[in-house]
Design a protein around this ligand. Structure first.
Ligand SMILES: [Zn+2]
Length: 231
């Protein structure tokens, strides 16, 4: 009798054991993965190494992917004071960008502004004496595709120096964000716009829309620069 029961229950008990074994195995793997990820994260937060940076940027990509599918980097960071401008409608600019695509985007953007006739940038090789320094960085922690910082003489509200930084992390390295050559040039034109005294304008089609890369220099932008430098 005992033997019959044993035979009947043998298969379900055997299967139950296998399932239990599998669950325990999966739990152990999950625990090891969790400890490894926590360790990586701790290391990334406490180190400045290249590996730490790539761990952080991979983590940011995963979090960004899981939390939203918004591929628009809608902001740039800039400093602006009403009425701020250069003493005249001309400034020297040093292109310090070593990334070839960004370097040529700067050149095209400068040429496009110069073609408007309302402002003239002169490219210089002298970084330390340039009015504007244009460079790039790769920063996954910044939400901004571009950054412009301006310094001014507070008494005259005239610009004394400007620094433009394009973020290659969004513009070049991650096709996910969809930056075409045109949008990269528009971003450079937009930051140059800040560097000569323009604020954001979301009320019309403008290179100065806060989204910053969908439109090139428009007549309204030209008019604004013209009026800024004639008053
Ligand atoms: Zn902007």
């Amino acid at each position: 009798m005992k033997k019959i029961w044993k035979t009947i229950f043998y298969i379900p008990v055997f299967l139950f054991r296998i399932v239990l074994h599998l669950i325990w195995g999966l739990f152990k793997i999950a625990l090891v993965v969790f400890i490894l990820l926590a360790g990586f994260n701790l290391y990334a937060q406490n180190s400045d190494s290249q590996l730490a940076k790539s761990i952080t940027s991979t983590k940011n990509d995963i979090v960004r992917y899981l939390t939203n599918n918004n591929t628009n980097v809608t902001t740039d960071t800039y400093s602006y004071y009403t009425g701020i401008k250069w003493p005249s409608n001309t400034a020297t600019i040093y292109i310090g960008s070593t990334n070839q695509a960004l370097h040529s985007a700067y050149q095209t953007a400068i040429q496009n502004w110069n073609d408007t006739g309302v402002f003239t940038f002169t490219i210089t090789d002298d970084a330390s004496n340039a009015d504007i320094v244009a460079s790039d960085t790769s920063d996954s922690n910044s939400e901004a595709a571009g950054l412009t910082e301006t310094e001014r003489n507070v008494l005259t509200n005239q610009m004394t120096h400007a620094t433009i930084t394009l973020n290659s992390y969004y513009l070049i390295e991650n096709p996910y964000y969809g930056y075409t050559t045109d949008r990269i040039i528009h971003t450079a034109e937009h930051e140059l716009g800040h560097a000569i005294g323009l604020d954001h304008d979301d009320s019309e089609i403008s290179v100065m829309q806060s989204a910053g890369s969908y439109y090139g220099i428009q007549q309204t932008d030209i008019n604004k620069v013209a009026s800024l430098y004639t008053t």
